[in-house]
Structure formats: C-alpha cells, structure tokens
Ligand binder design. Sequence first.
Ligand code: PNS
Length: 163
Amino acid sequence: MRRIVIYPGSFDPVTNGHIDIAKRGLKLFDQVIVAILNNPKKSYMFPVEERLQMLQESMASITNVEFDVFDGLLVDYAKMKNAQAILRGMRAVSDFEYEFQLALMNRKLNRDVQTVFLMTGLRWIFTSSSIIKEAARFGGDIDDMVPPVVSRKLKQKFAQYTR
Ligand code: PNS
C-alpha cells in the first residue's frame, strides 16, 4: 500500500519552513500531496494560482510531491485522495491549541485519517507566512526565509515601500 499524506495549508506564501516539513514528510510517506486551501471567504495576499505556482517552482526538484488546490472539509479531501494521514508542522507552544483543535475535529469527522505532526526545524521556529509578509512589507530582508520565487514576488508586491 502506498502511504500518502496530505500536507494542507494556506501557503500564502510558501516559506522555507513549509518546504522543510514537506521534505521530512517524504521520509515517512511515499507521497506528499501539498494541498492549498482556497477558501473564498478568506482573503489572501496571493491568489490561489500564484500560491500554486510558487509551491511548484520552489519544490520542482523534489520527487513524490504533488500539488493541488482544495476547498471544503480536509478529511473529505484526504479520503478522496486515498490518503491515510494529514501532515502539519508544529512550531512553538502558540501553535498547539489551534493544531490540537484542528486535529481533534478532523478525527471526530473521520477516524480513519490520522494527523501527524513534525516539529518545525529550529531554524524556522520563529517564521510564519504572516510575519514574513509583515517584514517584507517594510523592506525587511527575508531572503533566507523563503524560496527565491517568493522573495521576488514579495519584493514586487511591496516595491513602493523599498524605493
Ligand atoms: O496554513 P493554515 O491556514 O494554518 O491551514 C489551515 C488548514 C487549511 C489546514 C485548515 O483551515 C483546513 O483544513 N481547512 C479546511 C476546512 C476544514 O476541514 N477544517 C477543519 C475541520 S472543521
């Protein structure tokens, strides 16, 4: 049986921390499906097509990773993809409450889908898409926290602040 895991998120935009989790997921699973949530009610900095393109470009050299977009319930999507598990990265204690709630709700909705947590690498423990966007907005150097394609896109987006 092929072990398939869904790595879901907003990926608005993808960071080096996300890439690290996806790569490490491949040590446990045969295939990682990076699934971008496209929730029409949420506002994102990057439209879903751009988030997908940034993920594809930044992980182009990694095999056994697939990229997709989903909406609706994550456990239904996981079932549709024949995935046995959901992969999430856990940073500090601040992530715990939300991740705990998400994992338990998903378990309540479908007991056959397991949630697997990987501790974020120490290097990325303080980074998140939101804080990176905030730093980039005011011209902060975020180059070693995101893949080059994301750095380029953020710089284009915030060009008016860095001129
Ligand atoms: O990167 P994020 O924003 O922390 O990812 C959150 C995500 C996409 C994992 C979560 O919002 C999600 O799974 N949304 C889909 C709807 C769902 O199934 N919610 C959980 C049970 S109600």
